[in-house]
Design a protein around this ligand. Structure first.
Ligand code: NAP
Ligand code: F7E
Length: 324
């Protein structure tokens, strides 16, 4: 059988790096799309850089996507690139829409033009459920997005479904709940906490400023979730799947565990700061991933306490190395 060739947009991001590792371990040839920037940001993929091919392209430029597909002829495309930080989507709603919403159409259309047999994965999000109308949330739960990011992801989801139905393309939307790791960006709350706790323990900071501690999320480990992306593209028929742990925890619980792991009490260090509150909040997310578990045979392997421990240990190690 010919070697499978996958193209990953967003390969420099958290999920892109784990997916690239996963696909390499399954014998794939991996092409990663990177956008031009004045300084390189290959931190998350530097350990596999000699095993992958990086090509320049941008979700804002459809011509670049068409050329990339023509030149490299992947059998699968994983569209992970996005403006993915919810908080930034309020001050930058148009950019978020261009990238996170219309970017999906550009990628789908490039696939349709170059080779409609390419299998396509779209990185959809539990943020689409927003102000939830049902608990827990599954594939048929109606969407009620609460941010320009959430609205853009709803567009990305439906344009994926539409290209599947209009052009008979193998296009899947993976509705993934929050997934974290030591590679998570420092602005997201879990990494902000794991990094903040380690800094406090090492005497580098005296406090950690956070927003809404009562928000609840269904948090899993990114390394577990990329397997579900791949499984979605290995089925007989394309479909949409929720991927989640089916557990929910508050930001406060995350703090309790992360500080507790280092024998600290979060109440002595966490300071509420209005700057990190959102104009419209998503209060509660909890998934029901029964469909992914039964049809794909997928299940998460990392528990919530294991995830908090893994992130805390990694940040402590990183900071100690930087201090040497
Ligand atoms: P991330 O770490 O923020 O990575 C985003 C990636 O997109 C980066 O590689 C970034 O490149 C790239 N990118 C942004 N704008 C681009 C553009 N115009 N053209 C080309 N590339 C562009 O995000 P992540 O956490 O890995 O998430 C991956 C995807 O899953 C995103 O679509 C996100 O919205 C979605 N998602 C994430 C979660 C989660 O909990 N992590 C849950 C559900 C859905 P640079 O490195 O150059 O900035
Ligand atoms: O916020 C609260 C905040 O920024 C989680 C993205 O990957 O997952 C992610 O979006 C919660 C929110 O992630 C701070 O108000 C409190 O309720 O870590 P976050 P997110 O917004 O859930 C979804 C599924 C995606 O698709 C996105 O791409 O934590 N919170 N205090 C805070 N959040 C941040 N960032 N910073 C704080 O200080």
């Amino acid at each position: 059988m010919a070697k499978q060739r996958a193209l990953i947009t967003g390969i420099t991001g958290q999920d892109g790096s784990y997916l690239a590792e996963f696909l390499l371990s399954h014998g794939y040839e991996v092409i990663g799309m990177v956008r031009r920037s004045s300084t390189v940001n290959f931190e998350r993929i530097k350990h596999i850089q000699d095993k992958i091919t990086l090509v320049t392209g941008d979700l804002l430029d459809e011509v670049s996507l068409i050329h990339m597909l023509r030149d490299h002829r992947p059998t699968e495309v994983y569209n992970l690139a996005a403006q993915s930080f919810v908080q930034t989507s309020w001050p930058q709603p148009v950019f978020t829409g261009e990238t996170t919403a219309l970017g999906v159409t550009r990628m789908l259309d490039a696939v349709r033009i170059v080779d409609p047999d390419i299998r396509f994965y779209q990185a959809s999000s539990s943020e689409m459920f927003g102000k939830v109308v049902e608990v827990p949330q599954h594939e048929d739960t109606p969407f009620y997005p609460r941010s320009p990011y959430g609205v853009a992801k709803v567009y990305g989801h439906w344009i994926t479904v539409n290209y599947r139905e209009s052009y008979n393309m193998y296009a899947c939307s993976g509705i993934l709940f929050n997934h974290e790791s030591p590679r998570r960006g420092l602005e997201f709350v879990t990494r902000k906490i794991s990094n903040g706790v380690a800094r406090i323990k090492l005497g580098l900071d005296e406090e950690l400023r956070l927003g809404n501690l009562d928000a609840r999320r269904d948090w899993g480990f990114a390394g577990d979730y990329v397997e579900a992306m791949w499984l979605m593209l290995q089925q007989d028929q394309p479909d949409d799947y929720v991927v989640s742990t089916n557990e929910t925890h508050s930001v406060r619980e995350f703090c309790e565990l992360a500080f507790g792991n280092l024998d600290l009490d979060y109440r002595d260090y966490v300071v509420m700061d209005e700057r990190f509150m959102r104009p419209a909040e998503v209060d509660l997310l909890i998934g029901d991933s029964t469909k992914a578990r039964t049809k794909l045979g997928w299940e998460p392997k990392t528990s919530f306490p294991e995830l908090v421990r893994m992130m805390g240990d990694a940040d402590m190690k990183l900071l100690k190395e930087q201090q040497r």
